[in-house]
Design a binder for this molecule. Structure first.
Ligand code: NDP
Ligand code: VHF
Length: 423
């Protein structure tokens, strides 16, 4: 079967399964999640073996260390996936809840009911835990899903897909409630984003190549979870210890994640004090600093070994690596202007003890998460208390920032009449 027909078949199956998923009661959906968690625990060794096939192939193809880190399915990662599913079970069921019911002068009662979106197509990076997190959230929220994971993770995703189907079937739900695209051919992505008759919404998680294709071709509505050009701004009134701890964590905690800082902005007044201290920590990780002329002068004087002059391109680059752009700014105005111009509207943080500046930053920075005195790495569904996340939306409509169960639902109006007719 060619890719287009294969994808249409997945679409038809998903559409049909979505009705049963939406109809299923809370206990059934939770039962499926529990069975999947149990199956993952039972087959951990097989999952590790499947992941090893992916890791070996990726290493042989020269995949960058940060991307290998993302692909790896350690025992800890397996335990986290299982725990994540159990946490999703414990979350309140959002589906079917009716809110805001009010009598109108006509006598009718009008309210809103929370309902699944239907069929959700998710395109994501080579990170196997996303297969389980996404499947779990879609099942809990009564949606059917088609998962197109990154090609480097294909063996592991196939193995996970079998366990998810086993759990769905065990709970009496259709196996097609969750389908993993079983090909790495990118034509499958092209098909998935152009079948609105079967797919209600696409959640794309990815970088520039994916964005370009979606902008050109997609006919299905999207909740975009795209690149993270995230900033930390160290204000003149920052606490030095907080600035250094956060500046280091936001860059070096994990290089490959979308909430990692890619540009550090530093107020001129504090730069000579803070940059050399931060540089000492960055040096332990050999972070390459691409600095504007003023920062370059301070870092050169501090004897920082991994330095380069920043170019215009650096301000809009997501490195996903041990590289950081550094720029000196006059103060909060310039920092906000720079961020609103160059950021990908994902996550930004100000380090300051000045309440007025902090509140201005919160109000005026136009990104999905805006933080005060915290690492951008906190932009995450677990960390925000959502239980799990589909990803981090840098779209403005429907869902913004970490997307959990609620982001996979919408509200429809429900009207309770008692025989009223409109006058
Ligand atoms: N906001 C968020 O929640 C998240 C954002 N990201 C972002 O993802 C990026 C890093 O991941 P990376 O793997 O490099 O991202 P990519 O964009 O390269 O890949 C992500 C997915 O998109 C697919 N893809 C990429 N380009 C195309 C194309 N032209 N046509 C069809 N499919 C395509 C990939 O398939 P294939 O395997 O074939 O390459 C993969 O499944 C960063 O920009 C990061 O910020 C990542 C995770 C979450
Ligand atoms: N929210 C997640 C990051 C999601 C994400 O960026 O994924 P990826 O780019 O594949 O590492 C976290 O904080 O670890």
């Amino acid at each position: 079967m060619d890719i287009k027909h294969y994808m249409q078949q997945l679409g038809q199956q998903a559409r049909s399964a979505s009705r049963a998923m939406a109809r299923a009661d809370s206990a059934t959906r939770n039962r499926a999640l529990t069975l999947i968690a149990d199956a993952i625990e039972r087959d951990a060794a097989q999952l590790r073996a499947a992941n090893q096939l992916d890791m070996d192939a990726a290493a042989a193809n020269g995949l960058a260390p940060a991307m290998l880190d993302r692909l790896a399915l350690s025992d800890k990662a397996i335990a986290t996936m299982v725990e994540g599913l159990r946490q999703i079970v414990a979350l309140p069921d959002p589906i079917g809840e009716i809110s805001g019911l009010k009598f109108r002068p006509s006598g009718i009662q009008v309210g809103q009911m929370r309902v699944p979106l239907g069929v959700i197509g998710i395109i994501y990076e080579s990170r196997p835990n996303v297969t389980v997190d996404a499947a779990g959230l879609c099942i809990k929220s009564g949606n059917a899903t088609i998962l197109r994971g990154g090609s480097e993770a294909i063996h592991c995703n196939r193995a996970l897909a079998r366990l998810v189907k086993e759990g769905l079937a065990g709970a009496g739900l259709p196996e097609d409630g969750v389908q993993v695209v079983d090909t790495t051919d990118r034509a499958a992505v092209g098909a998935l984003i152009t079948m609105p008759q079967y797919v209600d919404v696409i959640v794309p998680r990815g970088g520039k190549g994916l964005i370009a294709r979606l902008m050109e071709e997609a006919t299905v509505p999207m909740i975009k979870h795209l690149d993270g050009i995230c900033h930390v701004y160290i204000d003149a009134k920052a606490d030095l210890k907080k600035a250094v701890d956060i500046g280091f964590n936001a860059k070096c905690h994990r290089y490959g994640t979308c909430n990692t800082m890619e540009t550090l902005l530093v107020a001129r007044a504090i730069a000579p004090a803070v940059l050399p201290q931060l540089a000492k920590l960055y040096a332990t990780k050999q972070v390459e600093l691409r600095a504007d002329p003023e920062a370059l002068a301070i870092l050169t004087a501090a004897g920082y070994p991994h330095l380069a002059a920043a170019t215009e391109e650096d301000w809009s680059t997501e490195y996903l690596a041990a590289i950081l752009a550094v720029k000196i700014v006059a103060g909060t105005d310039e920092a906000i202007e720079h961020i609103n111009h160059y950021s990908s509207k994902h996550t930004e943080s100000i380090i300051t003890e000045d309440h007025t500046d902090a509140m201005r930053f919160l109000r005026e920075v136009d990104s999905a998460s805006v933080m005060i005195n915290a690492s951008t790495r906190f932009a995450d569904g677990f960390e925000y208390g959502l239980g799990a996340e589909i990803g981090i939306s840098n779209d403005k409509l429907h869902a913004r920032g970490p997307v959990g169960l609620e982001g996979l639902t919408s509200l429809k109006y429900v009207v309770f009449g008692h025989g009223e007719v409109r006058q």
